[in-house]
Design a protein around this ligand. Structure first.
Ligand SMILES: N[C@@H](CCC(=O)N[C@@H](CS)C(=O)NCC(=O)O)C(=O)O
Length: 243
């Protein structure tokens, strides 16, 4: 049995982390039995979630987990795609994970109102007298990460423009297709679903959400992925499950 170490559902999303959601969907796509455990962050091999424990073997990082599933179980998440489609899928996946993700982090952590409605809840277990100090320390670390990535050096307007370009590209590539690369889901759908749902999450008031809401196909896509991979849920990120 594979254990997926996760943060847990939050804000109407399967997990507060889009990377964890990506792996959960990949596990569902692979058909491998799995369970989730929200108590693994302190032992994370790379200091981040997700990671998995597969029969004693620990693999950290959503893409390395995907490659592990492909190698060990022979799952081809990109079944039916030719080399150029696989390349497009890889490029889009890395666009959301290495660019859009940071705009999402900025929107949730730098904006005080969004922080109060979202990440602030992660600190509820910290004893009240220490909480303000821990919160300030972690927010400082996140600001540092944003600066080190580079996105934190831009103005809010510039971040919005860069992220909007990615959101528009996702909507254009999806077009009228049911799934990101065609009629059936492939590996990239795990990432696209996780990140688009994260951007559309109604818990947060962000210009990224406004940009995504301009594309009807993105809402329908999240609903379609919800119906397929989370059949017990009526909606995710305010998008009603519908095939
Ligand atoms: N490249 C990693 C990224 C994972 C990642 O950034 N995880 C974040 C949550 S979304 C995390 O655990 N951050 C904790 C930290 O940086 O302290 C992957 O694909 O799994």
């Amino acid at each position: 049995m594979i254990t997926l170490y996760s943060f847990g559902p939050a804000f109407g999303l399967p997990d507060s982390s889009p990377f964890v959601t990506k792996v959960e969907v990949l596990l569902k796509m692979s058909g491998q039995p799995h369970r989730t455990d929200t108590k693994g962050f302190n032992k994370a091999p790379k200091g981040k979630l997700p990671y998995i424990d597969d029969d004693g073997q620990k693999i950290a990082d959503s893409t390395l987990i995907r490659w592990h599933l492909e190698k060990k179980y022979g799952t081809d998440f990109d079944r039916g795609l030719g080399a150029s489609d696989r390349a497009v899928a890889w490029a889009f996946e890395k666009m959301v994970e290495d660019q859009l993700y940071w705009a999402l982090v900025d929107a949730r952590w730098s904006n005080d109102a969004n922080f109060a409605k979202g990440p602030a809840n992660f600190f509820k277990a910290v004893p009240a007298p220490m909480r303000p100090f821990v919160v300030a320390m972690v927010r400082r670390k996140v600001r540092h990460n944003l600066y080190a990535h580079g996105i934190g050096r831009h103005s809010p307007e510039e971040i919005t423009a860069l992220a909007t370009r990615s959101i528009d590209a996702i909507a254009d590539q999806l077009g009228a297709k049911p799934f990101f690369m065609g009629a059936e889901p492939t590996g990239v759908d795990a990432s696209m679903f996780a990140f688009v749902a994260g951007v559309l999450c109604p818990n947060f008031d962000t210009p990224l959400r406004a940009a995504a809401e301009r594309h009807d196909n993105l809402r329908r896509y999240v609903g379609r992925m919800t119906a397929r991979y989370y059949p017990d849920l009526a909606e995710i990120a305010g998008c009603k499950a519908a095939a």
